[in-house]
Unconditional design. Sequence first.
Lengths: 320, 246
Amino acid sequence: MVLVFAESPNGHLKKAAFEAVTYGKKAADLLGTSCVALCLGDVENAGVLGSFGASNVYHVANSTLNSFDSQSYSAAIAAAVEKLGATLVILSHSSTGKSLAGRLAVKLNAGLVSGASSIPSVEGGKIRVSKGVYSGKAIAEYEINSPVQVISLMGNAVKPIKSGNEVAVESLEVTVPNNRVTVKSSKTQEGIVPLPEAELVVSAGRGMKDPSNWGIVEELADTLGATLACSRPVADSDWRPHHEHVGQTGIAIRPNLYIAIGISGAIQHLAGVNNSKVIVVINKDPEAPFFKAADYGVVGDLFEVVPRLNEAFKQFKANN
Amino acid sequence: MKLLVCISQTPDTTAKISFSSDGTEFNQSGVQFIMNPYDEWYALVRACELKESLGGTVVALNVGPAANETTIRKALAIGADEAVRINTEAQGSMHVAKQIAEYASDKGFDIIFFGKETIDHNGSEVGAMVAEYLDLPYVSYASKLELNGSTANLQRDIEGGVEELEVDLPFVVSASKGMAEQRIPNMRGIMTARTKPLQVVEPVAFEESTKLVKFTLPPAKAGVKLVDPENMDELVRLLHEEAKVI
Ligand SMILES: Cc1cc2nc3c(=O)[nH]c(=O)nc-3n(C[C@H](O)[C@H](O)[C@H](O)COP(=O)(O)OP(=O)(O)OC[C@H]3O[C@@H](n4cnc5c(N)ncnc54)[C@H](O)[C@@H]3O)c2cc1C
Ligand SMILES: Nc1ncnc2c1ncn2[C@@H]1O[C@H](COP(=O)(O)O)[C@@H](O)[C@H]1O
């Protein structure tokens, strides 16, 4: 059995949870077994996970789990894995999943591949799966040689697909230790898709010259419904907030579309964005290294090109 | 205050990545190795700052061969008091975590620091594994860490925001940007690093169950298609009809 831990911060299932269940279902089909989903603590509408391929949705309603602590969460997941007899455990490679994957692997004596980007395959009865390594510059394929395996799935690596119907949520009793980490507050920006989950990203660099020029970039992101990002020097000089910094030392992302404006394309910047499906580069310097990594390029002055592109997108939106 | 900082060695951020022809080994020739940036800039520096204000010792630990000692000496030059090298090639995250946990189990560290991830393996795995082996709380991706007696207040990066957390010592933490500012070792640091103790510890046996099959390089991009800067309607058309991303 494949067991998928579906994250539901503040009671809301994340897009990553739908991706993980879709992935778990594909893995289960391959292994000729079933896929079940597990929710911990507050969750609304968990039955919808059935439509992404979970044959059963289990819920541990212990109030300790309303606040995240890697110890109580990993204990609950491990207990569910043992109770249900699951052999492959799928997590999201998110801030939550990264705190859990290593713990769970040790608890379950399981081999771990974190940040997987491919559907597993089976070779000689062993599970194989690939992930990006060297900050996106290479791909590594691993074989897991333990009876139980843990895989955490990179965000945006699979598209959530509805393949079935909603199911009834079954409650599951497991013992959960007390939390030792207390979450005092949790602040997320309202109405913005967080960068690791974003499908469309508009990013700008030092070519913007001054933080007061960001209006044209914000308008473009607004038209597209895209999330904003920036290069490291831009965040370092406080032109933009740190959570927008992408690259080797910032956030690694894999959106469908990455529009890079006035960014030279240094290797450390590319390390965080080169897994984007389509890259558009706008730069006045035809020799900018970013053009080598781009799918579409515009050689021109961003202060002219970006407003023009924004108008073109607006026109497109109006007609479609 | 007893602080342990786990440091790894990675290829330089600009290193050209290539592999042996059968794809099973990373090609090291011509590659410069550095301390993993998160371990150096954030975890190690924050540990040194805490020790400097509260007293105590900072131990830098690496699981790796003798060749890693240059990197370990750098940690001493930045401000660690002692270093430990566990004498084995890293075979995988759990193999490394097991070595670290065995070493730390009876030393009474107040905080065990990790970087948020290594820039070669990109796992974010080892810290959580060590926390589990030692049955300690774990806070990953911490961008702030303040101590208040035996309690720590932390800030942690989550998707699209931050969390404020509280945890009692001892605990395990992984550091992300914001926890400290990069420190360049000064001459005095480099000189004293030579005389600081570097202990070599023999590994414990452990069979890693996740095994590398092969490395591959991502397929090369087809090449950039240039669009006339006057004609952004054409770019939008291509993104819609050809790339199908909007
Ligand atoms: C260890 C390490 C880690 C790093 N990690 C990161 C990281 O995570 N993320 C990151 O981004 N960087 C990182 N860097 C920094 C990286 O090496 C580059 O310095 C940085 O990415 C450059 O940012 P930029 O492209 O915004 O600025 P620049 O390199 O200054 O590029 C600005 C670009 O704007 C163009 N431009 C200027 N004016 C216009 C105009 N009017 N119209 C159009 N184009 C214009 C220029 O042609 C130029 O190409 C790291 C560096 C190191 C050493
Ligand atoms: N060989 C090693 N020796 C000591 N610490 C390590 C080693 N490998 C990884 N680490 C630590 O574990 C963290 C996470 O590594 P990873 O799980 O590979 O992303 C790193 O930032 C280091 O702090």
